[in-house]
Design a protein around this ligand. Sequence first.
Ligand SMILES: NC(=O)c1ccc[n+]([C@@H]2O[C@H](COP(=O)([O-])OP(=O)(O)OC[C@H]3O[C@@H](n4cnc5c(N)ncnc54)[C@H](O)[C@@H]3O)[C@@H](O)[C@H]2O)c1
Ligand SMILES: [Zn+2]
Length: 372
Amino acid sequence: MSETQTIRVGLGDRSYNIDIGHGLLSTLGKRLAPFTNRRHVAIVTDGNVAKHHLASVEESLTAAGITHASVIVDPGESSKSYAGLATVCDGLLAAGVERNDLVLALGGGVIGDLAGFAAAVLRRGVRFVQVPTTLLAQVDSSVGGKTGINSPHGKNLVGAFHQPQYVLIDLSLLETLPQRERRAGYAEVAKYGLLGDAGFFNWLEEHAGDVIAVKPGSVDHAVATSCQMKAKIVAEDETETGVRALLNLGHTFGHALEAATGYSGKLLHGEAVAIGMVQAFRFSAKLGLCDPSLGSRVAKHLKAVGLPTHMRDISFNWPNAGELLRFMRQDKKASGGKLTFILVKGIGEAFIAKDVSDQHVLDFLNEDFART
Ligand SMILES: NC(=O)c1ccc[n+]([C@@H]2O[C@H](COP(=O)([O-])OP(=O)(O)OC[C@H]3O[C@@H](n4cnc5c(N)ncnc54)[C@H](O)[C@@H]3O)[C@@H](O)[C@H]2O)c1
Ligand SMILES: [Zn+2]
């Protein structure tokens, strides 16, 4: 029921394994030994994760005869910045990291993106491994090699593709993750069902509570299915020239909402994605692409797990439709002035649409604002 599962991300000579199971952290040292040249690992983590899990990581490394140093940054999105990058790079250099050493990203998506990017540029590139500690990082950000930081011009605008050597997913680490963060990560789990696997979404409708409660068996299935789908899409389209864009279901709307709220604690990324996915379904229905009842079905499910499903669920003075459209344009996914939307024909049937007119978006947003 909860033995270790292994998923392979097939990328030629950059292929790697994702191991998924409960209580795997104690075996980390043994698992990392083949990746270390001089039995030394530099850990990058944040203060919250360090408090809960750094000692176990260090113990496991020491037991395997691996020495270690750590760089600990402040928790939160603000560390994914030029200043945060400098802290990590200089911290790693001060810890004596050499070209052939291994960097270990221990944390959520912020740490994975930041440590991964530092690894991509430090000494022109050192290898790194991911030990994701949030549900979002376990099902999404730790797999696929997108790394980077934010610029004052926008999120994730400075970065690199740098694949990890290995990803270790210890589901037990989610037990210390606050409920709100678990729910937000769950939105990305639901995303996989909604974009490409109706059977998985049906299963989630029955088991979402168990997934969020980190119940063995259920959380394993949800995380493994999500990683499997992400691995398949990344193997097909590593640098997002095509099919990888499907992973942005709910994100064109969601990113605009996040930008509008100033990336504050008012709206977590996964919460924005939850609202954005409902909008993507409703928008698709308005364009005559899918059954109008699906938006309500998706909203009902996300609401049942405690996620917001409409802008009105967030107490915030939202800007008008025109402003939201401007935020969408600032997203890096806009190319040549045209917005890319991920639309749906049904549950599990998402597709990439590059020809959506601004007027359709504005009409939809105005209607959505008015929705009671
Ligand atoms: N690279 C990608 O492909 C990709 C994909 C999706 C999202 N992202 C990025 O991921 C970031 C969001 O990641 P996130 O949601 O994991 O946020 P996060 O890394 O900020 O973690 C959320 C909070 O939980 C705390 N935390 C983490 N693990 C914990 C644990 N096990 N126990 C207790 N507390 C814990 C953190 O300290 C933080 O306060 C964003 O910057 C986003 O851009 C990247
Ligand atoms: Zn996302």
